[in-house]
Ligand binder design. Structure first.
Ligand code: GLY
Length: 360
């Protein structure tokens, strides 16, 4: 295997994650598709297109092939999903149309679900432009949109044909968005890679121009690729892909109750990681001192470790009951057995969860 790619192994649906040289690889794929007579379309957002005005043109796309949506979590809605499908239908895109997602997690999830649904499924490619989407949402084929009742409640598993990761794109990302992505990076260290966690701690806060960043992104993608290959549809009885949701049960509840857009997803995840660590301590799996270590690492990346303002416990509990990891009416959490090793815990009582929220 080339050192520039990492393969997500899923039998006939395997695909590469391209790292260095990704813009050239994207351009070559665009040419190959055009030569095969395929129609190409891109879904992106206005902020990304403003920040990267030439990226798509230099890869061989035409302006007329780009559908631009407003930036932000609200774009992951039924209305924008419907508009995107109508756009493809209105342009007479057939089954051989290839769709490209150029943006962060919102655009990747939306475009992936459009691709999964349109004509019962067309090819799509991910070109993530945020750190969060590079290390998490662009890899693994989870696609979907939000409902007013909760995040990601509608969607499909639909794997991309390839993922093109170009960390140069992060240079134009705001400091807040970059930090939000670091929450997912820290998550990988906590759940599966104690050495990555120690490296993040030792560096005291990597920036978008850090020379180590491409390797850090690659390490996260390697963990994700392995987990997805082993448990693509999150059906493992214990552990498996659900482990990638460390901190997310709390985070999704925060986003839902605070209102989408109040916290960036990664900011809510940062608080969720602290709460998952606290829960692990309460369950006797970690030492109390480990909470402070986790908080310090998260705070070093300029991420919140507490709620900005308190949210109603009842509303948070209700939001958690809709979590997709729940089994047989019982809440399921991802907890830590050690820093660098996660597990799934089913026997968590609502009282304990209420206590965790009370100190959030
Ligand atoms: N972001 C969690 C997963 O892809 O499974």
């Amino acid at each position: 295997m080339s050192t520039e790619t990492l393969q997500v192994e899923l039998a006939e649906r395997s695909y590469p994650i391209q790292f260095s040289g990704s813009h050239a690889a994207l351009k070559a794929e665009v040419q190959r598709l055009r030569q095969a007579g395929r129609k190409l379309r891109v879904i992106s957002d206005a902020r990304v297109l403003d920040a990267q005005p030439d990226y798509l043109a230099q890869a061989g796309f035409r302006d007329s092939e780009i559908l631009s949506h407003p930036p932000g979590e609200k774009t992951k809605s039924i209305e924008i999903f419907s508009q995107s499908l109508s756009y493809l239908a209105g342009q007479a895109c057939g089954r051989d149309c290839a769709l490209f997602a150029f943006g962060g997690g919102v655009i990747g999830d939306l475009a992936g679900y459009v691709a999964a649904s349109y004509l019962r499924g067309i090819d799509y490619y991910q070109i993530p432009t945020t750190l969060l989407s590079m290390v998490d949402s662009s890899v693994g084929g989870k696609t979907g949109i939000n409902l007013p009742e909760g995040k990601n409640l509608v969607g499909a598993f639909w794997q991309p044909r390839a993922v093109y990761i170009d960390t140069n794109l992060l240079q134009t990302l705001s400091a807040r968005e970059f930090a939000a992505g670091m929450a997912e990076v820290i998550k990988y260290g906590l759940l599966a890679d104690a050495q990555l966690l120690a490296d993040l701690e030792a560096s005291g806060g990597l920036g978008a121009d850090a020379p180590e960043l491409p390797e850090v992104v690659r390490r996260c993608c390697a963990i994700k690729a392995q987990v997805v290959s082993d448990d693509e549809k999150e059906t493992a009885q214990t552990g498996g892909r659900a482990l990638l949701n460390l901190g997310h049960t709390f985070a999704h509840a925060i986003e839902n109750v605070a209102g989408y857009g109040t916290y960036l997803h990664g900011e809510a995840v940062a608080i969720g990681l602290v709460l998952a660590t606290r829960l692990s301590v309460e369950l006797g799996q970690l030492r109390t001192a480990e909470i402070e270590r986790v908080e310090n690492i998260i705070a070093a990346y300029r991420l919140p470790i507490r709620l900005k303002e308190s949210l109603r416990g009842e509303d948070l509990m209700l939001a958690m009951q809709r979590d997709k990891k729940n089994r047989a009416g019982k809440m399921r959490f991802v907890t830590l057995q050690a820093l660098g090793q996660a597990t799934t815990s089913d026997g968590v009582t609502p009282q304990l969860v209420e206590e965790i929220w009370a100190n959030a």
